[in-house]
Design a protein around this ligand. Structure first.
Ligand code: FRU
Length: 475
């Protein structure tokens, strides 16, 4: 079976088939969550939920790719294929670590007899960067180890790490009140695990089930990343449905967590299930799936489905999580064009500034009457827009006219405060995706667009004289 999926991928992978240039995209068929994002022997490995046989979700394999610079990816043979009884329905999400010479993967095995009987358990596979072998002791963590009342069905997405001689695993689970909780387990040998305590829980306040937890220390804080399902929209920027949320707090040596603050990771339309790694040069780098479960946008030219976000460097400033595109992107700039001066008017085009593969920075001096638009990927009929409105101090992304043909949600609007009278936006446009980093990474919005590649226009509208610096890097 493992051989089958490798052969299928080799036969069907089309290298330059209408792909983004600097984002990882599915080799063939469907991908969702990033899995096992880790540094191993000097290279960064990315696994992912993978169903190469169609453009839709199906029984999950773990696909595999690796990179030296987070931008250029080498596609490898898939590594986990559901062969055993405990994972018959799929090898679901998980994480990975380097442990000496070994690359250790921890994932969820899903067994499903019928619609009403499903069991999720945690499993381990060990490999060398190319081939991975499942432990014969699998599954190594089962639901009977959970506190009373915890769900056996929603028990998945283990985050593994090692501290001293001990392995730890933080798993997403549903508690007796029906909402998310994070049980922590510990092991000396990866085979026999014991339940320690619940690290944090939703209590129905931060959505219902929590998926894909990550946990790390950064800039003196404990950080937990989560993907909660079934949230209600709030005016502060949580949208209805599945969101991405970070928790900040104090994390002690025994991994007891005292939460102090929580907020949204990415306010956009398409971002989910992020996880991170620590590089050997000390950076915490996060990657997410650039898609939403509810609105599945796919351009008609794609015979593959699924893009990952740009890997993002994380930091904590003023007790908030900041994100910026991985710095290695700068090595891939081909040309740089800039403008520095006052602009006013509609549909302003600047010399050489257009295209579908851009890393664009716009820094505008604003006041309470400022109103400006950045119009991307435009032709006569199509465009996507990023708008700042100084009267209400909001930033909006809008893909209404990008060419989608379903009645999908197309806009997101967030509060944004100018800093020293400036709004600074860094925008990555890579064929079918737009990621907006506002105020040096204080808030981020990501969305997919479905616009023909020929729509390369980049235009600006300014309602009043506005001093603006624009740097347009082409990739
Ligand atoms: C999140 C998720 C995970 C699960 C995986 C299945 O997007 O639902 O909880 O492991 O996708 O593909």
């Amino acid at each position: 079976m493992a051989k089958e999926v490798c052969e299928f991928q080799k036969k069907n992978y089309l290298k330059n088939n209408n792909r983004p240039k600097f984002h990882f995209s599915s080799p063939v068929g469907w991908i969702n969550d990033p899995n096992g994002f880790s540094e191993y022997k000097g290279e960064y490995h990315l696994f992912y939920q993978y169903h190469p046989y169609s453009l839709n979700w199906g029984p999950m394999n773990w696909g595999h790719s690796k990179t030296k610079d987070f931008i250029i990816w080498e596609v490898m043979d898939p590594v986990l294929v559901p062969t055993e009884k405990y994972e018959k329905f799929g090898c679901f999400s998980g994480t990975a670590i380097q442990d000496g010479e070994k690359h250790i993967l921890m994932y969820t095995g899903v067994e499903k007899e019928n619609e009403t009987s499903e069991l999720q358990t945690q499993c381990v596979a060990i490999g060398d960067g190319t081939e991975y072998k499942k432990l014969k002791e699998n599954p190594v963590i089962t639901a009977n180890m959970l506190p009373n009342g915890s769900s056996e069905v929603d028990f998945r997405d283990p985050k593994i790490w090692k501290d001293g001689d001990l392995y730890y695993s933080l798993v997403a689970n549903r508690s007796s009140d029906g909402s998310g909780q994070l049980p922590l387990f510990c092991s000396k040998d990866l085979k026999s695990w014991e339940f320690l305590h619940i690290v944090d829980k939703s209590e129905n306040k931060i959505g219902e089930m929590w998926e894909c937890p990550d946990i790390f220390r950064l800039d003196g804080k404990g950080v937990i990343l989560l993907s909660p399902q079934e949230m209600e929209a709030t005016e502060e920027g949580i949208h209805a449905g599945s969101n991405t949320i970070y928790l900040l707090g104090e994390l002690d040596e025994g991994y007891n967590f005292k939460r102090e603050y929580e907020n949204v990771i990415d306010y956009g339309l398409d971002f989910y299930a992020p996880q991170s790694l620590t590089t050997s040069d000390g950076r915490q780098v996060m990657i997410g799936w650039l898609q939403s479960w509810d609105n599945h946008i796919l351009h008609k030219d794609c015979n593959w489905s699924g893009i990952m976000s740009i890997p993002r460097e994380l930091s904590i400033k003023n007790n908030r999580l900041y994100q910026l595109p991985i710095k290695e992107i700068e090595n891939h700039y081909k040309n740089t064009y800039s403008h520095n001066g006052v602009l006013c008017g509609e549909n302003i085009e600047l010399p050489n500034m257009k295209g579908r593969y851009l890393d664009l920075t716009v820094e505008a001096e604003v006041d309470d009457n400022s109103y400006f638009d950045i119009i991307l990927a435009s032709d006569d009929k199509h465009y996507s827009k990023i708008n700042y409105n100084g009267i209400i101090k909001k930033l909006e992304t809008d893909r209404t006219y990008c060419g989608i043909k379903n009645d999908f949600i197309s806009t997101r609007k967030i509060n944004i405060e100018p800093i020293e009278n400036k709004i600074k936006l860094r925008i990555l446009l890579d064929r079918y995706s737009v990621e907006v980093f506002a105020n040096d990474g204080e808030k981020v919005l990501s969305m997919l667009i479905s616009t023909n590649e020929e729509a390369k226009g980049l235009k600006f509208n300014f309602n009043q004289d506005t001093k603006v610096e624009i740097i347009c890097n082409k990739l």
